[in-house]
Design a protein around this ligand. Structure first.
Ligand code: GRF
Length: 182
C-alpha cells in the first residue's frame, strides 16, 4: 500500500482484513502511524526534492526497492503524493490499483474535490481503477456517486467521499484479487 495522507483509507483496508505486506509513504505522515499501530512494516521513501530537479526515475526505483522481498503481488495506492515513473508500473503489470475522489474521467489530479466544488457540480464521487503511468487514467473497476450538498467546503465533501472510498476500495481490491474483475 502506498499512502501519504491521514491513512484512513489504509485503516479501512486493515479493518477489512486485507493481507497488507508493507506500507510505503513518501513523507512523514499519519499513515505510517496507522501502519505501526496495526503492526505492519512500513518504509518512508523521502523525496530528495519537490522542485524541478526531482529525479522521478531514481525515486521510483527506491519505492520498488522498498517493496522488494515483501511478497507484494498487488499495489494499492491511496493518496500517494508522488507521481511514479512508468518503470514502476512495468514492474507490476496490471496490478497497481488507485482510489480517486471524483468520478473519473472528471476532475483528475491532486485537487479533485476542490475542482468539483469550483465547477459547481451537484454530484461527484469516487473511482477505483487500475493505475497506469498516465495519472488518474487506466481501466475503471468501480465507481460510486456522492452528492454535493449546499454549504459544502472541501473538507466536508472530501469526508463524505472518503466514507464511500473506505467501503468501496477494500471491497473492490478483494474482488480484483479474487479475479472477479477485469
Ligand atoms: C482519498 O480521498 C484518496 O482517494 C485520495 O487521498 C485520500 C486519502 O485519504 N487520493 P486518507 O489520507 O487515507 O484519509
Amino acid at each position: 500500500m502506498l499512502a501519504s495522507g491521514t491513512g484512513t483509507i489504509l485503516q479501512s483496508l486493515i479493518t477489512a482484513g486485507l493481507d497488507i505486506a508493507i506500507v510505503v509513504a513518501d513523507r512523514q505522515c499519519p499513515a505510517t502511524v496507522v501502519a505501526a499501530s496495526a503492526g505492519l512494516p512500513s518504509a518512508t521513501v523521502t523525496r530528495s526534492s519537490f522542485g524541478a530537479d526531482f529525479d522521478r526515475v531514481a525515486y521510483s526505483k527506491l519505492v520498488l526497492k522498498a517493496l522488494a522481498h515483501h511478497g507484494v503481488d498487488l499495489v494499492a495506492i491511496a493518496g500517494f503524493g508522488t507521481v511514479l515513473d512508468a518503470s514502476f508500473f512495468d514492474s507490476f503489470p496490471g496490478a497497481v490499483l488507485n482510489t480517486h475522489p471524483s468520478l473519473l474521467p472528471s476532475f483528475k489530479g491532486w485537487h479533485a474535490v476542490e475542482d468539483a466544488l469550483a465547477a459547481g457540480v451537484k454530484v461527484t464521487g469516487c473511482t477505483v481503477h487500475v493505475a497506469t503511468a498516465e495519472v488518474d487514467a487506466g481501466p475503471i473497476l468501480a465507481q460510486e456517486a456522492v452528492p454535493v450538498l449546499p454549504g459544502d467546503v472541501v473538507e466536508t465533501l472530501h469526508e463524505r467521499i472518503k466514507n464511500v472510498e473506505r467501503r468501496l476500495y477494500p471491497e473492490t481490491i478483494a474482488r480484483f484479487a479474487r479475479g472477479e474483475l477485469p
